[in-house]
Design a protein around this ligand. Structure first.
Ligand code: FAD
Length: 289
């Protein structure tokens, strides 16, 4: 089933993101997380992919297969390209096909200073075009409400996004943001640029101050003063910060649904407690006439 077909006017799609455990030997730990996420009835679950350039790394494919075949939930497998050759991408596509996984979040990936780029793919739109030409997969893509950290400006960024959509992306998932105003402005820019595929808002509940500082350094998301005050007030009290982070995420989501967002993509950080708290608070808002 194609992810883009999940979207309809009176429904807000709810999806989760998980990542493969750091050690391949501990892949079994993902079952405990998935057992709990399954209970929350997400529309689909996405699985991240390492940008490291190891085409033999099959953890994403394995976990996506578990999501589909053990839990009966639609999986979305992330796939990065900047550190892979076309032959390596073909190998990964073959693995996905063997497991019956046909939805891919096609990404450029970050350039890893320790890995020589393979130069077969420079941008995500090239991966989208490559997979589209081979056939057999439905494609999603990433988007950036505040602009991608490498982008020259917001106009260039949205025009580049249009190339990715024109190449065959049928659904977009946004990078995390903490100020909904950026998402609404981005949606307008996308619309003006002629991008009319469903756009899910990526929401990351803050779990601890260090985690959020690391994320923000990597992706450049702005922190509104309401958010930084919350971090400062509760930074030495992990449970209070977790609860405040959950409340902040719920507040963001209620506002997004009120403004007609197509879907909410929750970056669960493999933390089912947080996913549960948030899902239980918003589940009554997802299907409203
Ligand atoms: P692109 O769409 O290629 O864009 C990257 C930059 O290049 C942008 O500045 C864009 O404006 C510019 N650009 C795009 N196309 C062109 C063009 N044709 N010509 C000139 N400039 C162009 N990383 C991982 O390693 N693993 C993951 O699983 C993962 N999952 C992610 C999921 C989501 C929802 C998001 C938002 C990000 C994810 N990332 C992941 C991070 C992502 O790999 C990085 O943000 C990466 O730097 C950009 O990837 P992209 O696919 O958005 O790139």
């Amino acid at each position: 089933m194609q992810i883009s077909s999940l979207f309809s006017p009176n429904k807000t799609v709810l999806s989760f993101e998980v990542f493969p455990p750091k050690k391949t030997s501990s892949i079994d730990t993902i079952y405990a997380t998935l057992d709990e996420l399954y209970d929350l009835h997400p529309d689909f679950i996405s699985v991240t992919y390492g940008a490291g350039g190891n085409a033999g790394d099959t953890a994403t494919c394995e976990i996506a297969s578990i999501i589909k075949n053990k839990y009966g939930i639609l999986p979305l497998a992330h796939l990065t390209c900047v550190n892979y050759t076309k032959d390596e991408i073909d190998l990964i596509l073959d693995h996905l096909k063997e497991k019956g996984i046909d939805n891919i979040l096609a990404l450029r990936g970050d350039c890893n200073p320790e890995v020589e780029p393979k130069m077969h793919f420079s941008y995500a739109n090239e991966l989208v075009e490559y997979i589209k030409n081979k056939g057999g997969f439905h494609l999603s893509g990433a988007c950036y409400p505040e602009g991608h950290i490498d982008s020259v400006n917001l106009v260039e960024d949205v025009l580049n996004l249009k190339k990715k959509v024109d190449a065959g992306v049928g659904h977009l998932v946004s990078q995390l943001f903490f100020d909904n105003g950026y998402f609404y402005s981005f949606r307008e820019r996308a619309n003006i640029a002629g991008i009319h595929v469903p756009i899910e808002a990526g929401i990351m509940p803050v779990v601890n101050k260090k985690q959020i500082e690391r994320m923000v350094t990597l992706c450049g998301a702005s922190l509104p003063s309401k958010f930084t005050k919350m971090l400062q007030r509760f930074e030495h009290s992990p449970e209070a910060l977790r609860d405040a982070g959950i409340a902040y995420a719920i507040d963001q989501i209620v506002d997004l649904i009120t403004h007609g967002v197509d879907g909410i993509h929750l970056y669960t950080m493999n933390n089912p407690y947080i996913a549960r708290k948030i899902t239980e608070s918003i589940s009554g808002l997802l299907n409203v006439d």
